[in-house]
Ligand binder design. Structure first.
Ligand code: AKG
Length: 388
């Protein structure tokens, strides 16, 4: 089966700069850009060069790094902005304009006719400059689909490379996204990009639904940082794709994800959440006895993502009341010690009793295992030597 193609448009250096705690220095931008390039994302999207003098210089600098990833910048659908973008030497320009009634009324005040005219002027000019050109409709999910199709068809006829659907407020469900993307897919020839916010917790599912329905480009940021509570996280999308078919993520250097998440978390001054996809502290930890027993025999019983694929390892926790003798025995073997089944069972019972009284540190539990193994070794010694 051929898998539908897709590219990641990594927007940590654009959408991510809209995160409340983010304000990247030039050297931080370069470091993040190099990491993302080494990871293998196909595109990097940068803050508009019109935002500030340094934003322009940073676009020029990153466009000049000679990275494998294509460098895009993101601007308003406005001639002044796109001229500046082309001056910065980027490979492509992602332009956007709001199309929902709310944004038409309260943001730019333009009719759909005026938006079509402006989009055609900007897109034609960008294409004449031979840069990769994407036109996107902000707040697509609250826009009239007939308006969206009218605008997309107009820019598609000019030869735009991509149209973008943006769930700007994170209101869409996977079904709604899939049906909108599928509808657009039947009407235009250009590639389709999806940008989804996470206000209602659907960003990963929506990005995946968009891809399944025909989107070719998905926007992400590291850890999902962005405006409000952000967009589809790079790691979340990778987790979803890998669980669907590991072939989909083969093109990326997966073990770099941990360093990337750690780098961006440190730069913006946040902790990686305990339940973060792949790199969260608990992503590959197992606790309950019935889980640990099965995972020790065959990890796929309770893991849909193999930690080794990401250069990580699983942890089996045993110092708690849900523990089981299999896990206790396995921990002993990890420590290079041998317990009999009866001893592991007995130790598991003692751990449960102690755990009921309070927290047990891993060091304390390891000590219990060592003492138990010592007793066993002494008994062996006695039975061989007859000493009492
Ligand atoms: C949004 O709509 O949330 C954006 O950040 C713009 C997305 C786009 O340009 O498609």
């Amino acid at each position: 089966m051929t898998l539908p193609r897709f590219s990641i448009i990594e927007s940590t250096l654009r959408e991510g700069e809209q995160f409340i705690h983010a304000s990247f220095s030039t050297s931080q931008k370069i470091e993040i850009a190099r990491y993302l390039d080494a990871f293998g994302v196909e595109y990097l999207e940068l803050t508009t060069p019109c935002a500030s003098p340094r934003s322009f210089e940073d676009c020029c600098t990153i466009a000049g790094l000679g990275l494998r990833a294509k460098i895009l910048t993101h601007t308003r659908c406005h001639m002044d902005d796109v001229r500046r973008a082309v001056d910065a030497g980027v490979d492509g320009v992602n332009v956007v304009i709001g199309t929902s009634r709310l944004l038409q009324r309260h943001s730019h005040g333009k009719s759909i006719e005026a938006i079509v005219d402006q989009a055609c002027e900007v897109v034609s000019w960008l294409l004449s400059q031979r840069v990769e050109t994407r036109f996107s409709t902000e707040d697509s999910l609250r826009s009239d689909p007939a308006d969206l199709l009218r605008i997309y068809e107009a820019v598609d006829a000019l030869g735009v490379h991509r149209v973008g659907l943006a769930d700007t407020v994170g209101i869409g469900t996977p079904q709604q996204i899939a049906s909108l993307v599928a509808r657009v897919r039947t009407r235009i020839g250009a590639d389709i990009e999806f940008h989804g916010h996470n206000d209602t917790g659907c960003a990963v599912a929506n990005a995946f639904a968009a891809w399944e329905a025909g989107a070719t480009h998905i926007d992400t940021t590291v850890l999902g940082i962005g405006e409000r509570n952000g967009i589809t996280p790079l790691g979340g999308l990778i987790a979803r794709l890998h669980a669907t078919n590991p072939e989909l993520t083969r093109k990326y250097d997966l073990p770099l994800l941990k360093e990337l998440d750690a780098l961006v978390a440190e730069i913006v001054g946040i902790e990686i959440p305990f339940n973060n996809y792949i790199t969260g502290q608990c992503a590959f930890s197992h606790k309950a006895g019935i889980h640990t027993k099965a995972v020790l025999k065959h990890p796929a019983t309770y893991e849909v993502l193999p930690p080794e694929a990401f250069g990580l390892s699983r942890t089996i926790h045993i110092g708690h009341k849900l523990t089981g003798w299999n896990a206790v025995g396995a921990r002993a073997r990890q420590l290079g010690l041998d317990l009999s089944e009866a001893q592991a069972r007995d130790l598991a019972v003692r751990i449960k009793v102690l755990a009921d009284r309070g927290d047990l540190s891993p060091e304390y539990v390891d000590q219990m295992i060592r003492e138990c193994a010592c007793v066993l070794a002494a008994q062996h010694h006695q039975s061989h030597t007859g000493e009492v």
